[in-house]
Design a protein around this ligand. Sequence first.
Ligand code: GDG
Length: 492
Amino acid sequence: MKRPSSAYVRTRSESQPRLILVSNRLPLSFKRENGKLQTVPSSGGLIGALEPILKEHGGVWVGSAGTEDSAELHQALHTAAGSHSFRYAPIILSAQEEANYYEGFSNEVLWPLFHDLQSRGVFDPVYWDFYQRVNRKFADAVDDIAGERDLIWVHDYQLMQVGRALRERRPDAFLSFFLHIPFPSPDMFGKLPWRREVLEGLLDYDFVGLQTARDQRNLVACIRAWIPEARISGRGDQRIVSTSHGVTCIRDVPISIDFRDFAGAAAQPAIAERARQIRTQSPDMVIALGIDRLDYTKGIPERLRALRAFFRGYPQFRRKLTLIQVVVPSRENIQGYKELRSEIESLVSSTNGEFSEPGWTPIQYMNRSVPRCELLALYRAAGIALVTPLKDGMNLVAKEYCAAHIENDGVLILSEFAGAMAELHNGAISVHPYDEIGICLALQRALEMPAAESRRRMLRMRRTIRENDVLRWRDRIFEQMEQAQPRIKLAA
Ligand code: GDG
């Protein structure tokens, strides 16, 4: 692999700038059990991609650690940081901030709107007020710890206004941002009453990275629509936007996984043995796998309805296919998520009630997070991955499934609205997530696909992911930041 050129990517020394990574949550969370504080590592797409980078380069991870502010919590973070070269800077949120900034503006306004589900949005001005306040709180914390030459890299939709608050205090700092979720089209984004403020906030960053060309086009179109005085130049994957406040470079840089780490872990004998055991429990059947956070954007009820239609319309495949559906609990305080869980559980139960026979359960449902080794074994055991989000910034599960298929078998059925489709169209069976009949046909095609064809497809996808893994993503993004701001390179 080409060695990266950026100062941030070279082996770190004391004279080098540090990486200050800012995200809504730290990669650890805390809960009290019998009065004792328990540290729980978090999982999720953003953490999986960023943790290896900080582990390699060192620096500081700024993020929320919940609502408890105790000496015990700070000690637990200090202890956790002892096992690697970066440290944690916790932000403590009040219950009111958590409710209005995180559950409110982030997850009831931005999340649905940015995934094209505007009707789920709750456009409460109090939420917006808290969003700005908490973004300023994050900016204060960053301002306290960041040195002049440090690279401040803010992540995701919860923190789009951090750049705005930091810019007031640090007019010359290099501020970078990456959006992990899709950026909506102007028709959708325009529904946001605070659309101009959000865009101006993004333009306070020097560099804005997005997952796909689709997102980049949408952001640029929104800037044209609501900041008409902005001058936009550049082409392809790079756009430069100039306003009286400064210049912002906008690029699409698709995030990825640590392919070698995943493939290496999946190859371990214990994982292979566990995958064999899982397969033996469903003899003469193909296992289809769904792994998703509990979220309406992931298309889980739509997928379950399509599966029910498949077993109704294609009786020859009953007893030949079983779906293992893992749903990881998420955002449990939000009413819509509770309702989604009930809907999923009712569909699982009615489908199993309609079709189950001794020795065959159509859907095996798990409502919990599984350990990484079990996740790897499930990936390996599954002959089909059903990844059908209604819209998704990227979707790392699709990439992980391919990376784990070290024998180049397995078929990926992938939604055309997942960011990952831009790279994996060379091997995945593409589906429209709302199209039940289309999903049935895709399942039939996957089940009847000759081994030589699935191998060819899997080989192509694995090559794409291997060549564009998370380390390459990091290298590309740091190089692009350097181009946007040559001062970074001189910092070494
Ligand atoms: C956001 C964007 C974008 C899932 N279940 C378990 C588990 N996971 C891990 C997977 C994967 C991650 O969580 C999920 O990543 P996704 O990319 O699918 O989705 P989001 O969390 O919604 O992430 C998304 C991503 O940011 C990165 O930019 O791709 O579009 O929405 O890594 O492996 N891990 C373990 N047990 C589980 O049960 N250990």
